[in-house]
Design a binder for this molecule. Structure first.
Ligand code: 4NP
Length: 153
């Protein structure tokens, strides 16, 4: 059975759709299933932000088919690893956990790599440059995660 990885941000339209697309592109889809969700429900049912779609396309990834959904407590049962983009996502995700086993699944994405920040900045109110920076941070972390998952597979 495939390992299940969930990427979480606030809106599930900017950062976590990129994280879903990037990690999925680096792993064997028969071994690793990747999904994403948001702790907030403002954009449920929408496709990713155009700026995320654009930066993904620049790097050869298509994410326009994704549909925004809200994180639920059952996601903490279903998924094996849950990567969050920032501290606020961490608090909101941990708040849904029922036990220590579920809490242990939740990790800050950037703790996977050595960078000066452990948060992927929320690019929603900025311009395309912010999305480029977000893409690079997420890509670096997903490269490390994918290598580790492939070694275990
Ligand atoms: P995301 O960005 O958490 O990376 O998807 C945001 C998207 C929408 C909002 C906030 C952040 N919003 O407030 O609608």
């Amino acid at each position: 059975m495939a390992l299940k990885v969930l990427m979480v941000c606030l809106g599930n339209i900017c950062r976590s759709p990129l994280a879903e697309g990037i990690l999925q592109s680096k792993v064997d889809p028969t071994l690793v299933f990747v999904d994403s969700a948001g702790t907030g429900g403002y954009h449920v049912g929408e496709r990713p932000d155009e700026r995320s779609i654009e930066v993904a396309a620049k790097y050869g990834l298509s994410i326009g088919h994704q549909k925004c959904r809200k994180l639920t407590s059952s996601d903490l049962d279903t998924f094996d690893l849950i990567y969050v983009m920032d501290q606020s996502n961490y608090r909101n995700t941990i708040a849904l956990a029922k036990n220590q086993r579920q809490r242990a699944k939740v990790r800050l994405l950037l703790n996977e790599i050595s960078v000066e920040t452990n948060e992927v900045p929320d690019p929603y109110y900025g311009g395309q440059d912010g999305f480029e920076q977000v893409y690079r941070l997420i890509d670096a972390a997903c490269e490390t995660i994918a290598k580790r998952l492939q070694n275990k597979a």
